[in-house]
Ligand binder design. Sequence first.
Ligand code: NAI
Ligand code: ISE
Length: 336
Amino acid sequence: MTLKIGVIGTGMIGRDHTRRIQQVLAGAEVVALSDVNLASAESVRADLAPNAKLYETGEALIAAPEVDAVLVTSWGATHEPYVLAAVAAGKPVFCEKPLATTAEGARRIVEAEVAHGKRLVQVGFMRRYDAGYLALKQAVQQHTGAPILVHAAHRNPAVPEAYVTPMAIHDTLIHEIDVFRWLLDDDYVSARVLYPRNAARSHGKLRDPQVVVLETKKGVLIDVEIFVNCQYGYDIQCEVVGEAGTARLPEPMAVALRLDAKRQSSILTDWKDRFVASYDVELQDFIAAASKGGATGPSAWDGYAAAVTSDACVQAQESAGQAVAIELPARPALYE
Ligand code: NAI
Ligand code: ISE
């Protein structure tokens, strides 16, 4: 059976996911496309999915009889209504991060899915599928002893002028927020944000870099540096310190050069290249589960937990270094 997918939002990642479904992955085909900018959907159809039908609205695409499953890759603020419409239609839906831009919005999705009685939603937290993070998790479980500290960094070479301070949390840190819950099998109890002086390349509406300190229920302290104008590359770092030893996220493969009296190797510059394999695996996983009418992987509950934490971190950005408490209600049985 070929899963027939409709894609809502055909910008950078919507185009890239369409490419992987059409050219890399097995068992699915993009049959419908929609974007508020129809010219963008038209261009993705022309380049990648010539048999796809164009829809003027995401809602019409979700309701279309030929669409078995939906990919939501539009701007974050538009995710919630599309995911709710897909759940109401009983169609599996892959939603890029964030699941919703507020915790209340994500909660509404959890409630709708629980009322439906079966998982339909997968959130695009692709790091859980990254070979490096999977190896790190195994090393923590088998070798380091119980984790005590995590030191991490999320560095982008540059961001557009419109990227402002809270986006460091809900656009960027959200990946660490999710992956550390998964890595440590833990939940957060508090968040703090500390700022050094602003980097010269930043501007009045962006505090950059910043350091987020998260504390977990099991007492692990996590410090994450977010530096989105670091200039030199796209660099994701993570070291777990445990009772018996430490484990570090592997560096992406790079040829080691000896040249001009220097040892050197390249650093990637684009998140698309850094996580290319994990995007492939997460979507193949979606296709497998959606073909059976369900969903797997990062759940709506994970999207909700990330949104609650993200809201607390944004509040902490404005709390002069004070800790902000993070509390989650009881997890519904659907997500056990
Ligand atoms: P983009 O701006 O390149 O593309 C978004 C597209 O959505 C645009 O073509 C826009 O016209 C369209 N759009 C906006 N509102 C819409 C609506 N109501 N209905 C239909 N289409 C609409 O943005 P990009 O970078 O592709 O990001 C899209 C989503 O993917 C965001 O939520 C972002 O956080 C997420 N993302 C995830 C990444 C990851 O590593 N997992 C990486 C980059 C983005
Ligand atoms: C972008 O939206 C992503 O999701 C990337 O993975 C992240 O590194 C970047 O900071 C975000 O802006």
